[in-house]
Unconditional design. Sequence first.
Length: 263
Amino acid sequence: MSHTQVNYHPPYIAPPTLTSKSYWNTHVTEELSEGYWSKTNITSHINLAEWQTYLQHLPKDTYVDTRWKRMSWLYIDDSGEINTLPNCPMAQSGNYNDAKTMSNKLRYYPALEHSFLQREDVKAFIRAWAELWGIYPGEPILMQINGIKGEQLLDPLQGQGTHQDGSQFLSVLVLNRKNVTGGKNTLSLDKQAKYPITEAILAPGDIIHIRDNKIYHNVSSIEPLNKSLPFERFIIIINSRFNDPFQNKVLREHFPDVVLNEG
């Protein structure tokens, strides 16, 4: 990266560009400008069936049982090209992750497949997502494909519960739901979920955008609809502008010129 080190000062949010406006329904930009979340469907913009083929090669998560996962750190440069930040771990402090298997650890995962990141509909999605939130050139974006599969009741969050991810902007896109009951996404104003905002079961192609530093999210346990058959549910998680000092420290160590929210 050739960027001069810049410390980003929130809460400025750049207005969406024409590209972003053509990608997201009007209600998305309106709801996010007025509140903390929005839900929409993007199957008209992506080849969901072809994205689902990449689920076949997901490696097992070495930190979380019954989960499969890949992730990559990305950034968009001044010319609009999408670049990768290789070999940087995911790092969530205990302030943002209650699960003992994940909190206060450096977690390394295999990168998203190159052929996936080179797809035009994937690049268009990343650019439109970054424009929606006003992400700066050189600002790190974490993109994950993960999910669970099995034959009995499972907690997708493996004990993490109602939480924030330690960023300002977060979106969850459901890639598939096979033989699944449960997996209800919930949003609330507090970690104890005493003040709920909404709940929804997302179908494949549905995406929910969240101001991660303003509200909390959770997803309920999942089990097979037909108990004689296995089930699976896989998602994309994409987020940016990190609040977690632990994660920002690791990013700065790996990439000294990265643009961070260090306020």
